[in-house]
Write a protein that binds this ligand. Structure first.
Ligand SMILES: O=C(CO)[C@@H](O)[C@@H](O)COP(=O)(O)O
Length: 239
């Protein structure tokens, strides 16, 4: 894997700069939607057409995140030396994000949060059943639970990939930990994190008051197909 900054073309440098800006800015969306407490969450974005991704430094306050302190990594999860931000330690979940990018080439963004309701489902090790139309739209079925995995190596990444590969859901609740989401790009993965917490909260509240009503599978399928293919504006990127 080429990690030599001297070999980067101006086009690659421009893409890295774009992804640095996007990833830094999207951490603000985690705060805006109330998905993170203190520094407990991270966003990364693949640099399209390269073997790099950008992720935040570990344990740095969200207010202090900026394009130049985002960290450029190879798909092996190694920091690219000599690049902006490389003097800092990358996110604790860097190996997990790297594993997902290596194993799922269609994924362009990965997000992790400790959002309250999704973490509560993860603590119970219980998947979120698909009982509201907004969930059928976005996730096409239940949000599954992934295995318990230690933090710091690629165990979490392996759990994410084994749970989400071939699954409609772009969110997984890693047991006893919390949600990880994937997307076509970092913005798409942040959207999945926002929607995951929203449905985790709604379904949790519904279940406190009594049994929930299942949606027939064929209705879930048609809601999912409509939302993925028709919803929004004709010119919009669907994913
Ligand atoms: O989940 C954990 C640790 O439990 C981490 O992802 C979270 O605290 C964020 O860590 P980073 O600041 O990204 O290193």
């Amino acid at each position: 894997m080429n990690a030599n900054i001297e070999d980067m073309t101006p086009d690659v440098e421009a893409e890295i700069a774009r992804v640095r800006e996007e990833v830094a800015r999207l951490h603000g969306e985690l705060v805006r939607y109330g998905l993170v407490i203190w520094t407990g969450g991270n966003v990364s974005g693949r640099v399209p057409g390269t073997d790099y991704f950008v992720i935040k430094p570990s344990g740095v306050a969200y207010d202090d995140l900026a394009p130049d302190n985002m960290i450029l990594c190879t798909l092996d999860g190694e920091v690219v030396p000599g690049t902006a931000g490389s003097e800092r330690s990358p996110s604790s979940d860097t190996a997990a994000h790297a594993y997902v990018y290596r194993e799922m080439p269609e994924v362009g963004g990965v997000v992790h949060t400790h959002s309250t309701y999704a973490v509560a489902w993860a603590a119970r090790g219980e998947e979120i059943p698909c009982v509201i139309t907004g969930m059928a739209d976005e996730f096409g079925g239940p949000i599954p639970v992934g295995p318990f995995a230690v933090i710091g190596d690629d165990s979490i990444g392996r759990g994410i990939v084994e749970t989400l590969r071939g699954h409609r859901s772009r969110a997984v609740l890693m047991q006893n930990h919390g949600p990880f989401t994937i997307g076509a790009n970092a913005n798409d993965a942040v959207k999945a994190a926002v929607m995951c917490e929203d449905v985790a909260r709604s379904v949790h509240l519904a279940m406190q008051a009594g049994p929930v009503v299942p949606i027939p599978q064929e209705k879930i399928d048609s809601l999912y197909a409509r939302y993925q293919n028709v919803y929004g504006q004709a010119g919009d990127a669907r994913r």
